[in-house]
Ligand binder design. Sequence first.
Ligand code: PLP
Length: 364
Amino acid sequence: MPHFRPDLEGLVTYVPGRPIEEVAREIGMSPDDIVKLASNESPEGPFPGVVEAIQEAAQSSNRYPDSDVYDLTNAVAEHVGVDPDQLWFGAGSTGLLGSIALSLGGPATSAVYAWPSFVMYRIISRWAATQAIEIPLDSSHVHDLDAMAASITPNTTVVYVCNPNNPSGTVVSGDRLEEFIDSVPDSALVVIDEAYHDFVADPSYRSMLTRAPQQPNMVVLRTFSKIYGLASHRVGYAVGNAELLQRLRRTQAPFTVTSVAQAAALASLGNTDELRRRAEANAAGRRQLLGALDERDLARADSQTNFVYFSLGDDSQELAREFTSRGVIIRPMSGGWVRVTVGTEPENQRFLEALDSVMETITA
Ligand SMILES: Cc1ncc(COP(=O)(O)O)c(C=O)c1O
């Protein structure tokens, strides 16, 4: 056996939401009757015109993609109002997170983030041999920024703030976040992960995207995987100052964003009507789910995202199995808490029927 890094022993790799086909085989149901609400994906496909752009780009599959992501970079720069050299693209924001951790990690460094939060922060910290400092969310499932600030030491090289947070769906206010950013020493990079930015309705929330290029130690992450319905194509980007991004690029493999992915993201931009329609549809679905959880008196967080987070006060894994056996795939968290993605209206209805049935089973 080769000598693997001993510090990676016991590392639990990312557990994705269970695929529809696998669950269909397991419970003997048609895949068409299974509802997957486990991965915070869009319940709709790509934006209008995007599949055609994908088909077109696929014709050049024999060529390597543009490693500089030139067209998409320019289009996004215009779209969000930054300079092209203030953007950095990767294979999803997950790809960028990996490069960030590798660039800033190493022995005798630490990374600070909330918990529970996006599980990749924990995994990439292990990859990078960085000590992970996990700060529990407060009693409202919101980042405890005071405790996070207090845990930053001279060895801390990266701080992740997931806003809105996955899995709780909660946001920290723009004012509070700006104060926190001001308090972080320049020796640590602040990563604001805004994967769910497009779904937020809370007026106290503010994106940090336009501040990022002005700040010497901050990047904001965005993704095409959520509201744009392109999770399969793996496109995400970071916004920050040009020199910072140049340094972070050193741990990124070449050609990580495929030509098809670049074309798909490019064709998705600019359709603000479709973006608004999808955000409104999600908000309506979220209201439906949160209202139903409240009617059933279930403890839950205040979601600003395309998922809801609530407790059934039982074993989370067992709960997920109960839902799966009813053809509804959800995401178990821990301590009886589960996360459920907002689906289409009929999908949400299927989930609520399953919820009532599971609640009957666990109270029986
Ligand atoms: C908070 C957060 N950041 C990043 C991602 C990853 O997105 P991508 O598909 O761009 O890698 C996710 C995906 O679930 C997420 O929840």
